[in-house]
Design a protein around this ligand. Structure first.
Ligand code: ZN
Length: 59
């Protein structure tokens, strides 16, 4: 069982899920970025980023 972390940005007034950059053949994992405002978990000047952990299995 693993946990999948979903990231959201509130810049539009309602939570919008961030899209992970798919990085292949890289040791550095991609970081999710808001397509609308460009915020990311490590660059969140307006504090619009939030996340939710979800169990990644079929119940
Ligand atoms: Zn945003």
């Amino acid at each position: 069982m693993s946990v999948y972390r979903r990231w959201f940005c509130q810049c539009s007034g309602k939570p919008q899920e961030l899209i992970y950059d798919q990085v292949l053949d890289e040791e550095i994992p991609g970081e999710p970025v808001c397509e609308r405002c460009g915020a990311s978990p490590s660059s969140d000047p307006k504090h619009t980023i939030s996340f939710r952990d979800e169990d990644d299995y079929d119940g």
